[in-house]
Design a binder for this molecule. Sequence first.
Ligand SMILES: [Zn+2]
Length: 440
Amino acid sequence: MKKIFLILSLTVLFSINIYAEKIKYVFLFIGDGMSMSSEFALSKFLYGKDKLLFWNNFPVQTYMETWSMDSYEGEYDKNNFDSEKGYNAKVAGIVPYPYYKTEESEQYFRDSIPTDSAAAATAFSTGQKVYNWGLCYDADKDEFISNITDKLNKKKEYNVALITTDKFYSATPAGFSSHNDSRDNGKEIAAEILSKTKPEIVAGKNSFAEMTTFASLNNYYLLDSSEINKPQVFDLVNKKIFLELKNYYEPMPQEDFTLEEFKYRNENNKFSNIVLYLTKILLQKKKPFFALIEVAGIDKANHSNLYGKMLGAMYELNETVKRVYDLIDSKSTDMTFDNTLIIVTADHSTGMLRFRKDMKKGELPFIYTKKKDEIKNKNKIIIRSNDKIKYQSKNHTNELVGCYSVGAGSDLFKKYINEKNIIDNTDINKILNEILIDNN
Ligand SMILES: [Zn+2]
């Protein structure tokens, strides 16, 4: 009996060890403001059918609650709360629009206070629900909360990369790498990221010229996104990298396309090229890594109710996930699906986009008209939306978002997805912790 027990214990120990050794690389992709309608829209535009985006092939596909403490109806107690008061599934549905819609659910989304990106990123990075606008900040206690990057920095086993199409100190990357009672304190946040948190790679836009110098003072090697296509003459293996995104634009959808679905204004600055370039540099460092990769344009376009721009940003995310997946699948690097995890999700939904008519492949819901601009004596393009779609909001909503995963450790999702096939945004932190912190 003792012998069997010993063998069993050894087997358990051994398998835990193998499991721990296996997960070396974690990619967390966030589509900022990516509602289920945004996913539906891109899939319809590209293929004429729903659920054909790249991540729709992943073995884990679930919906996620994104509510923050601002959304909570009633007195919130961290240790004893009712998630129905954060997201009322009985009224709002256990699946999001376009798969569920009632008058009550629509009213619920108009009334319910949604999360912002800061509270959502904090939930991912700390496992704690907080009030909107704070970054890893518990307003009740007036205390900062340790996040996943803090823990990884302590353990020194993983490199951290923050890659975004937004400013590098904007709410989503900042929620993974800074502590502040307000996301508006951009300079403080930027300084904390570059001088205290110091991720191995920081990539994004930057509006503070002095932060470029500051990055250099903090031993970052400076690059800008136009340089990634030049042959690499410098050795970046031992350097931390600060890459500034310059001249970056999301591509525009081509109506009734035959070959090219989207047109890039700047072919060299595709987000997928930037992410692949940085992934290869991370791999050269021969150290496991956690990469947060955010496409922020989906949120911005949905706020402005710009359907075409939203499609362009969605396309960037879809292409980037695909190219990272293909790189893993190619087995040309150390990454395989036995040691690499991909998670694709959104921090919240934005815009309450609704479809009034079925959208076909290549179909865009607006009419372009050329009109002469008399002053500039140029043709000016006027865009009018027609009656095929309607945005119901210019803000975030408390709607469920999609959450997808493939690769090593994606089985862990089973532990956290509830009987309604819904996961909470704080569960993403529990999964990251199990993989990156507890198992090592
Ligand atoms: Zn937003």
